[in-house]
Design a binder for this molecule. Structure first.
Ligand code: HEC
Length: 162
């Protein structure tokens, strides 16, 4: 847990300043990753997709304990928390734009908040953070994964920030 925190802090400080114009090339960042690291990222995606789908299932059943368990799993799927080499971590820091790292962080933070809300049997907050998580999929894909999801390609490239 505290290790994750340290990594997060490292990511913020690392990925921050030096990438002044990184956002201009938002979608390029992911495409520049090495096949190994990219495959890890895609594994993370498949894992969070599975997680979100199962949260929906248990959400409908009203079983808060189960929601908390699944949300915890999503939170822990964070790519930077995986068992990756120092070099791979460096690569992620170097190649992914700041906005990507920020969105990924937000996503996992919201998963953690969903976990906490479900643990507290807080119906309203659980719904709130679940919808935050669902929104963040398209929020990130529309900025960083247009190559994968071309439906997000807009005729005139207006960058709409939520
Ligand atoms: C922080 C950014 C970010 C967030 C948040 C995010 N994704 Fe992704 N996702 C990506 C990127 C980038 C790719 C494309 C990776 C590539 O091109 O290799 C991707 C690819 C995927 C894929 C394709 C994986 C494959 O193996 O082909 C799936 C499925 C997916 N995302 C599901 C989701 C779902 C569901 C959510 C929300 C619950 C989500 N993603 C949230 C950035 C994100």
């Amino acid at each position: 847990m505290s290790r994750l925190f340290k990594i997060l802090v490292a990511v913020i400080t690392f990925a921050g300043a030096p990438l002044a114009h990184a956002d201009d090339h938002a979608e390029k960042g992911v495409e520049r990753l090495s096949p190994e690291v990219r495959s890890l990222l895609n594994k993370e995606m498949v894992a969070i997709q599975k997680g979100i789908v199962s949260v929906l299932g248990v959400y409908a059943s009203g079983n808060f304990e189960e929601i908390a368990t699944v949300a915890g799993r999503i939170k822990n799927s964070y790519i930077l928390k995986q068992d990756i080499s120092r070099q791979q971590r460096h690569e992620l820091h170097q190649k992914l734009p700041k906005s990507f790292v920020h969105l990924d962080q937000q996503f996992h933070k919201h998963a953690g908040l969903l976990e906490a809300a479900a643990k507290n049997n807080n119906d309203e907050l659980t719904g709130f953070y679940f919808s935050k998580l669902v929104d963040s999929c398209s929020g990130c894909h529309s900025q960083h994964a247009k190559h994968k999801f071309p439906a997000f390609e807009e005729p005139d490239e207006e960058n709409t920030h939520p």
